[in-house]
Write a protein that binds this ligand. Sequence first.
Ligand code: ZN
Length: 110
Amino acid sequence: MALVSCPECEVQVSDSALKCTGCGFQILKLERGFFGKLFKWVFILFNVLMTYLLFSYFGSVGEVVSTSDSEAAQTGAAIGATIGTSMIMGFWVFGDIILGLLVLFTKPKS
Ligand SMILES: [Zn+2]
């Protein structure tokens, strides 16, 4: 373990120390580990993907509603869309909670 001098107060501190023991200056930047970064990006990508999925789903439902002539088919599509939307939303919220917790647990500790 080597010693480095603090850029703020010149006190000798260990190079593995996050903060200076003399003045509390942050020497090492806190960075997410591999899994921390991974989960963060998975979390972002998941949200982007779910947004895309929801919009493309709305698009396809809208097509069915506008192209069908019978009222029954339109009602069916509307009911199906409600169920489909709540399923997507439920999955989205569930995924966000799981991934959010993973992101939280892999947060760098001070
Ligand atoms: Zn210092």
